[in-house]
Write a protein that binds this ligand. Structure first.
Ligand code: G3P
Ligand code: MG
Length: 259
């Protein structure tokens, strides 16, 4: 699936089908892909031995049976952990996936929003910096046209924007303050502004569109909220329940809209 072939507005499966399956696991992504969602979202960080792994938190405690910081563990150590049992006993044994595992699963089926976690950023810019590794993997797997790489850390995106043939970039923001957001987007040539849904309104969306940016809002699970955001003109909605959101979209009459 090439990014330019996407039909907007997009439903984006946040950490996979994470309302019904353990977030950021292969089963959560597989279920999202089976639902024919156009884009999945995942969070990526580095292990101690500098491998790209898919997990949201800085620590293992909430979503695995391990303890401590992800970045203090090797990939081999993470592979031995259970990332499903915390959610339900049915999913015991689900591993922590690598980014390569998830990309392999998604190729040709959906676009992927790869969110690079700020804690993985290294100001010393090593050869195997997280952003460099993501870029290399995407090029190796011929997936640069099928992804949006996003981050709350503008430095990560700035680095990628300077690389050869960069993928589409999404600048993630949190909180109400918008100072400089559009300047950053312009500077890095962003594809999208990925924003907390509580802080968007029609004016900001129109401003972003005038700059050629897509507006993706996170994380929205209520039907009422989804309908209100669609009405405001957002281009994408991160949701933990992509099946319910798709039903909402098809009832809203906005599925034909092209932004
Ligand atoms: O990328 C959208 C959303 O995932 C950002 O917040 O904390 O869920 O990664 P978070
Ligand atoms: Mg995320």
């Amino acid at each position: 699936m090439k990014m330019q072939r996407l039909r907007y507005p997009l439903i984006i499966a946040h950490r996979g089908c994470s309302l019904r399956y353990p977030e950021n696991t292969l089963i959560a992504f597989e279920k999202a892909l089976e639902s024919k969602v156009q884009m999945i979202e995942l969070d990526v960080t580095l292990t101690r031995d500098r491998e790209l792994v898919v997990i949201h938190d800085e620590t293992l405690d909430r979503t695995t049976n391990g303890r401590g910081r992800v970045m203090d563990h090797t990939l081999a150590e993470l592979k031995r952990l259970d990332a499903g049992g915390w959610f339900s006993r049915r999913f015991t044994g689900e591993p922590v996936p690598t980014l390569a595992d998830v990309l392999k699963m998604a190729v040709g089926r959906a676009a992927v929003n790869i969110e690079i976690k700020p804690e993985a950023y290294d100001t010393r810019h090593p050869e195997d910096a997280v952003e460099r590794q993501v870029w290399e993997l995407l090029h190796r797997q011929h997936m640069t046209d099928d992804v949006v790489v996003s981050s709350f850390d503008a430095r990560v995106l700035t680095e990628i924007s300077r690389m050869e043939r960069p993928p589409a970039l999404g600048y993630l923001t949190e909180g109400a303050g918008l100072g400089g957001v559009f300047d950053v987007c312009q500077r890095i040539g962003a594809f999208s502004w990925n924003v907390d849904y509580r802080y968007v309104n029609r004016t900001r969306i129109d401003q972003a569109h005038a700059m050629g940016l897509r507006v993706f809002t996170y994380t929205v699970n209520s039907r009422k909220q989804i309908l209100s955001l669609l009405d405001m003109g957002v281009d994408g909605i991160f949701t933990d329940d992509p099946v319910a959101a798709a039903a909402c979209l098809s009832n809203s009459g906005s599925e034909e809209r092209r932004v």
